[in-house]
Structures are given as structure tokens and as C-alpha cells.
Design a protein around this ligand. Structure first.
Ligand SMILES: Nc1nc2[nH]cc(C(=O)O)c2c(=O)[nH]1
Ligand code: SF4
Ligand SMILES: [Mg+2]
Length: 257
């Protein structure tokens, strides 16, 4: 489904569901999940390898999928999104997730203006929050960012504080509405939370802050205790002097995609 010289992207799935994460929980979303990720979080529950085909849940919630071949060019992706757009009366947002959508920044730069024209939906971007150049190249098309601050004690990866800092500065300069998400497990180190607090304070971000605790539905047995979560919430809220929300992945609790 690709034309020569057109940017293309590997997409793993397209579906229509309720937003399960962050402060926009419950809003109806048209989801595009891109393949590929540059990170390797211990708790990752998403197969992000390139796939030969993209699957579309043609009737939302049915668990029945149609498959189309990868990669897709812009016209190809718009055509597939129209399949869902035509059967669901209302979507609140177009939600880009992954994997890491920003690995497809070149594609998104072509795709997003066309998608905005076609669907007239706000574009929400979920991202690990560390690829600043890629983000800057498409920032003008993004209406909301759901970004991570990755805690090394939780991801099992090296720290990326500086990348997150630059990312948050880029968002702030453009005044884009943002949710910062910190995934927390039983292994969350206090020093990581202190570092995250310093980062949020230093960048003077106006973003909403969400602690996303792992639950029984997560790919881990390192679920934080009630005492841990409530302690972290009060410590962070107190230091930041702002509301810190505890919001788990709600779609998993309901068996939604
Ligand atoms: N319902 C629903 N909400 C989501 N919010 C972020 C998601 C993700 O996979 O990143 C996700 C997802 O997979 N499903
Ligand atoms: S950034 Fe997201 S998709 Fe990538 S490895 Fe981590 S959890 Fe998985
Ligand atoms: Mg995600």
C-alpha cells in the first residue's frame, strides 16, 4: 500500500476504544499503534517489533480483526482509519501510541496535516519523552502529549533525565497541554522520585502529573503496595505543590484494547 518516494511506517494496530491512561481517561479515541521502540523497559507489555501486517478491529470491542499489509503510506493509513471513523459516530481524539511514535517523525510530518484535514480531531501523542528533535519536527500538529519520565529503578534501563528535561522544555516553549506519567513498581527508588521532582520543578512545567502503578493486569509481579503508592503521591504533591494523581491503566481492568 505504498507509493514510491512517499514516507511510510509500520503500524501494528488500529482500533477505537476509551482512553485508559492519564487525565484523559475515558475519552473516546481513534488509536494508531506504531511498531518499533528504541527503549527496552522491563515492564513493557506491547509487542513493538515490525509486523508484516496491521490489524484493525473493525467492530470496536469485538476482538475481530481485518489485516492489511505493512508498511503504510499516508494515504494508506488514512484509508484504514476511515474504516473505523465511518462506523463509530464520535471520536474525541486521534491517539498515537507505540512502540514509540516519534521514531516515525518523518512519516508523521506528512501524515498529521492530512489527518487533521480529514478527521478534524485533536491529536494526542503518547511518547517515552526523550526524542526531542523528532518531537520538535511535528510539535505544531500535537494538541496533547502523554509523556513518560522513565524511572531507571522501574525500567531497568540507564537514566535519561537530560533527554526528558529537553523534551519538557520543548513542550513548555510551545505551551502544549501535557500529562507526565511516571510508571511505578514495587522497586521504585526514592532517589528516582526525587530526581523526577527536581526535573518537574526545574522545567516549570504546567503539565498534570500522574503516578501509574503497576497492577495485577501488568506484565510484572512487582506491584507496589497501597502504602508505597500513597506515600509517593503525598511526597510528590508536597514537594511540587500541585496535584499528583494515581491512575492505573483502566482499559486493562475492563478488558478493553
Ligand atoms: N484503551 C487504551 N488506552 C491506552 N492508553 C495508552 C495505551 C497504550 O497502549 O500506550 C492504551 C491502550 O493500549 N489502550
Ligand atoms: S517505551 Fe513503551 S513501548 Fe518502548 S519498551 Fe518502554 S514500555 Fe515498551
Ligand atoms: Mg503506552
Amino acid at each position: 500500500m505504498t507509493q514510491k518516494n512517499q514516507p511510510s511506517a509500520f503500524v501494528s494496530e488500529i482500533f477505537s476504544s476509551a482512553q485508559g491512561e492519564g487525565v484523559n481517561i475515558g475519552r473516546r479515541q481513534l488509536f494508531v499503534r506504531f511498531c518499533e521502540c528504541h527503549r527496552n523497559c522491563l515492564y513493557c507489555d506491547t509487542p513493538f517489533q515490525r509486523t508484516d501486517s496491521v490489524r484493525i478491529e473493525t467492530v470496536p470491542g469485538s476482538g475481530t480483526f481485518k489485516e492489511f499489509s505493512n508498511p503504510l503510506d499516508c494515504a494508506g493509513l488514512i484509508k484504514l482509519l476511515k474504516l473505523l471513523y465511518s462506523v463509530v459516530c464520535v471520536h474525541d481524539d486521534l491517539f498515537l501510541t507505540g512502540g514509540e511514535p516519534l521514531l516515525h517523525a518523518k512519516f508523521l510530518k506528512e501524515f498529521l496535516p492530512q489527518a487533521k484535514k480529514e478527521f478534524a480531531l485533536p491529536v494526542h501523542l503518547e511518547t517515552s519523552g526523550d526524542l526531542v528533535e523528532e518531537f520538535e519536527s511535528i510539535a505544531e500538529y500535537i494538541d496533547h502529549v502523554l509523556m513518560d519520565i522513565k524511572l531507571p529503578s522501574v525500567t531497568g534501563e540507564p537514566e535519561t533525565w537530560l533527554q526528558h528535561q529537553h523534551f519538557m522544555e520543548a513542550i513548555r516553549a510551545r505551551r502544549i497541554s501535557t500529562t507526565i506519567k511516571l510508571v511505578v513498581s514495587a522497586d521504585t527508588a526514592e532517589e528516582d522520585l526525587v530526581e523526577a521532582i527536581e526535573l518537574i520543578t526545574a522545567t516549570q512545567t504546567e503539565a498534570d502529573v500522574v503516578l501509574q502503578p503497576m497492577t495485577a493486569a501488568s506484565r510484572t509481579d512487582r506491584i507496589p503496595t497501597a502504602q508505597q503508592i500513597l506515600h509517593w503521591q503525598s511526597e510528590m504533591a508536597c514537594s511540587l505543590k500541585k496535584t499528583v494523581r494515581i491512575i492505573p491503566q483502566s482499559h486493562k481492568l475492563m478488558g478493553l484494547l
